[in-house]
Each structure stands twice: as structure tokens, then as C-alpha cells.
Design a protein around this ligand. Sequence first.
Ligand code: HDE
Length: 710
Amino acid sequence: MKTNEHNKKAQQLDVHSTSNENEKLTTNQGLKINNNQDSLKAGERGPSLLEDFILREKITHFDHERIPERVVHARGSGAHGVFKLTKSLAAYTKAKFLTELGKETPVFVRFSTVAGSKGSTDLARDVRGFAIKFYTDEGNYDLVANNMPVFFIQDAIKFPDLVHAVKPEPDNEIPQAASAHDTFWDFISLMPESMHMIMWLMSDRAIPRSLRMMEGFGVHSFKFINEEGKVHFVKFHFKPKLGVHSVAWNEAQIISGVDSDFHKRDLWEAIESGDYPEWDFGVQLIPEEDEHKFDFDLLDPTKLVPEEEVPVEIVGTLTLNKNPDNFFAETEQVAFHPGHIIPGIDFTNDPLLQGRLFSYTDTQLSRLGSPNFHEIPINRSLNTVHNNQRDGHMRQQIVKGKTSYEPNSIGGGCPFQAMMSEGGFASQQERVSGVKIRERSKSFVDHYSQAKLFYNSQSTPEKMHLQNALIFELSKVTRPEIRERLVGQLAYIDTSLAWKVAEKLGAEVKKLEWPNQSLPADSNIVELQSEEREPDTKVSDALSMKHTVKDTIKTRKIGFILANGVDGGAVSDLKTKLEAEGAKVELIAPSLAPVKTNDGTDLIPKYSLTNTASVCFDALFICSGADSVKELMISENKHHVLHFINEAYKHCKAIYFGTDTQAVYHHSNVSAKKHDDPGIVTWEDGNPADKFINAIAKHRVWDLEMERNA
Ligand code: HDE
């Protein structure tokens, strides 16, 4: 774990941290407790006494331990880290943490799923939150981002509808952390603007292999303002150094049972073992005068800016290097808000962003219970707060002096307003005029062209996964008219996709009839909405996970399946090679008893064949050694070993069969493979370790999924 020496936020948190090491137990009043085993009673077998202030304090505090979970993004995992600027953006913004080359800014990041409750599975098909609090010298800057670059809706007024639709249904509170149900698809099928986001949500991006292998996107266009007042639109990107990778949907469902904390554990363990997750931070910059040069509106949060039209410039690195000391105090109590900005950054008029600017403080009031939530250590800015706001529940700051108003003379006029040259924030002076109107801009009325762009940019296996995800989700919908309506929406994106999904649902592809309920009563935009348009950019490589990093096995978990008599030399050779490349090797044996190698050494397995599953590993090595294989194939173990291998095979993982493992190989489904499979390495291969390492780095052999599952 990183020391706190250079991290100002960590030093600040230290002031509020305690450790119980070698300390005596006390009450909340600091009184030392002599007996924490028995309550105070009237006689050995008598009733407890009201006088027992120690019992009452302990139980009362316990009774009030819970706070409301977040209304969305309830399940989260957090980590501390640092943002380092590698290229100055001084030409575009005056935000100091983005202009001083090499500057390191402490951060706290919270990842989350959206729909599920706090205790739900990590592997739900869902968007992931990617919220970052930068503790800058100019105040806190929050980038409350997601792992997908667009959103379901264009206007904040639809957010409660969206969330009510996706959350468990109100009568029976079913299903938990899942969008595969009637109310979600009912809403979506009536909301054409959601179709681009639906493509992302049905893609493998919604079932990440790891939180460390996801992209982050600011979604909205924001504004950068430089010292001269020049404005650029900006889109924010985080690109994981390990590439973007996902699991198979079948695997996600199994992980939800085997280890529902899979992502939380993965992040925690990576940081504990010094494998600090890293992202390149990049920006897409658009001069203010180019605002209208695109075939979509920059203010529309259902649109992305194709990287082919505006490249992403990498300007910094985000590294997570310290786990929280206390989940509740830090990850649960952290309060993000897109409205926490600093000079040099400003909002755009994106109507979704504008609504968010209201929501986040409001929700903290009910979640954290007081307007003083900024005083909770994880939320404090590095700068001391000076203002005339006072009192409220749980106020901690003791502000000296007589005045709590401004202007004042008694307090010498303090605290003073800051000039812009002193870091005082001033909103961009944007000219706005218009009639008061409750209407959607016509420039927002194109709901399918970027959905097409996304779908057309996917590789063949990715398209297949997306199609299967739609079939899975819609097959859980009980009302045929909803399925049919959704298929009608798909027809505007890709007719063959619509036909394939329809076929599996027993539905018909019917052209949708407009208008629909998602339009205002007096709408005059019906014609525009049904118009079919082609995007300017037809295909964007950046949208497919296929084109992200595939040349490293760093932090990948490789399971070694072995039993007594295993070839100790082969185990240690391969382990050394894999670990030299940064992978993690874990031993899986029939039981947790030490395994004797052929040279008499004891190996301690971390897992048994029955307390873990193939879904928890990226690749498998069936270890060399005739005696080991013999033991793996006795009736007690055989079923588990073959299930392990067959499942990994089905999920397109790399599997390496060592010397003497023919018996395992021939009983497994792997032996049925029809032609060369780069994901399978056997005793017959030359340079097997290198071949195995290459295969793991590719993540999965998705191209052979049909064949492997035939
Ligand atoms: Fe959020 N969102 N959101 N959201 N959001 C919340 O704030 C909201 C939206 C996002 O780890 C809530 O503190 C509205 C887009 C993340 O603590 C709440 C609208 C994006 C997190 C809220 C949106 C996000 C939240 C719930 C539409 C991606 C988790 C708890 C107008 C750019 C932050 C809380 C964390 C959390 C409201 C849309 C990202 C209720 C009204 C778009 C990552 O305030």
C-alpha cells in the first residue's frame, strides 16, 4: 500500500482516523469499559436494568447504524488514488490541476452498478458508475461518470420514470438488479431516444471482467475556459491500460452465485497486491465556434463524438493505489456532485446535466441527513471552508467570531470574495435568450443513427452477444406487445438484428406507428422522429472492445489444476513465467490438503475443486504428471475436473494441457475441437508457455465461440 507522505488528502484523512490496536474498550464518552459480556441485571437471573447506560448506548447506536442506500448506484466499491497530468491543457482551461505539467492530484473513485440494491450482485447486466472526486488545490472537482458514453434519456425530467421502470417492480419487488422485466422494456419500447444506450447496455460492456478493465466517460459535453476566456467543448475519457474486457453472459450469471462480490474483491485484491489499476485520461476538444459542425447536437447526451471526427488526446494518468480503511466512512459516505466544479471548467446546457445539477445535493440531504455532509472527512476539500453558512445537524467546524453575514464591518468584512485572479469562480458569460418553452430541441430528434453506428462498429462475436442479450432480456418480458414494440424499434437500427431477435421471441417485425406516448401531447415532431438517418461516421473502431489492449496478461488469474504426484518442475517453471508477465497463479486441488509433488515438495492449494469454479479464473493449466492426472480422474474428482474444464472451454478461455494429461483432455469437450484453436495448448505444442501467454493476453477466443459450444 502507498504511504501517505505525498498525498495531501490521505494526510487529511489521517487526522480523523483511529486504530484500536493496544487500546482499551471505551464508551462513546471515552469511559473505559470493564465488562462487555454481560448487561447490568437485578440479580444473576433477574431483569436488565434501565440504568445500564453501557448497554443502552451500544444497542441504540447499533439500532441507528444504517442510512438510506443511494436511490441509484447503491452498490459500490471505492479506492483512493492519484491523478497525474502528463500534458498541459493550459491552452484550453485554467483549471490548475490540468495545466501544471506533472502535477499530482489526490482522488477518490467510486465504481457502482446502477439498478441493484447495496447487497446485490456485481455481475448484473447494468451500466457501471465511475465517479471521481479530484481533491484539487482549488476545491473539489467531481467527474461523476459512467462506463458508457451516452445515456438513456435526453432530459432530466424523465429520470425518475427511467429509474422506476428499471428498479424491481413495485408490487412484488422483483427482480433485483436486473433489467430483464416488463416495466423496463415497456418504458424503453416507448422511448426511441434510449435505443443508442440500449445498444451499449445489451453489449458486453454491461458485464465487465473487472472494474479495472472498463472505460470511463463524462457523458455530457462540458466546457473548458482558458485564461483568455476562450471556450472549448470537452468530452472526458478514461481508457484502462489493461484494455476493455468482459465476461460471457452465462459466466456472469454463474459468478453471481459463486462470488457475487467478484468485482469488489478483484479491485481490493489488485490494490492490496500492488497491481495498481491505471487509466489514461483523455479529452476530445471542440472549439466553441465548431459547436454546430456535427450531424448531432453536442448538448444531446444520447450522442457520442466519434473519435474519427475528434480524436481523444491523452493528457494524464489515473492510478488507484490505496484501499479505503473503512467502507462506510469512505465509500458509503462519499458524496459526488457534477456541480462541484472549479475555475476553468463549466457546464453546458445539456438538459440532462442541468437536471443533475439539482439532484445530487438534494439526494445527499436524505441519504446523509444533513447539509453538513461536506464536513464528513472523505468529502472535505483540501482547502479550509470559509463562509457564513452555519449550524445544522452534526455541525463540526467551530467558526470563531461574531459575524455570520456579509457584508459586515464587525468582522472586518471577512471572509472576502475572491477576485478571478485570486481563484474566484465566475460562470462563463454565455449569451442566452429565448422564449420560455417546454419542448425538445429539433436537433435532438434523431434516435437511431448512432445506435446504428455502435452496432455496425461491433465485431461479429460482439454483435452475436448483443443479439443474444436482447433475446434473453426480452424473453423474460411476459407481455407480447412490449416485445413486439421493441423489435419494431430494432428494425430502425438493423433489420437483420430485428428479424433474428423477433424469430427467437415468436414476434413479428412491424414498422412502428407514430406518434407514441413518449411524445408531448401537442408534439409537432412526429415526422422527424420516424425519419431514418445514416450517421456521418459509419464505423468507429473505438466502439469495439476488440480494438483495445490485447498484449498483456498482467493481473490475470490462472488456475493450476493439480493433485498428488504432480510434476513440481513443470508447475514452478510455468508459474515463474506467468508471474514474470504479471499474472497471478492459484492452485486448485481435489481438497485443501497439501499436494505432494513428484519431487516430494508440498504445495498448498488455495482452492479445492468444489469451493471455486472456472468462472473465477481467466485461464487454466491442467498440470503435468501421470500420478496427478490419475488422481484427478478417480470417480470422486473426475466430474468436478471435467466440469471445470468444459465450462472454461465454453467461455472461450485459454486452457493448457500439460504432459501426461491425455486422459483429462480426451474426456473433456476440448477433444471435440474441429480445427486449430489458438486458445488450446497441449503437450504436443512447441513453446507451449509462450503460446499460452499469448492466448491469455487475447482475453478470449470469442471468434470460436460457436464452435466451442457446438
Ligand atoms: Fe446520476 N445520480 N443521475 N447519473 N449518478 C446519482 O446521486 C441523477 C446520470 C452517476 O458513486 C445519485 O449521490 C439524475 C448520468 C453516478 O456516489 C442521484 C440524472 C450519469 C452516480 C443521481 C442522473 C450519472 C450517480 C444517487 C438525470 C453519467 C454514483 C446517489 C438527470 C454521466 C455516484 C447520489 C456515487 C448517482 C441523479 C443521470 C452517473 C439521485 C437526476 C447521465 C456514477 O443524485
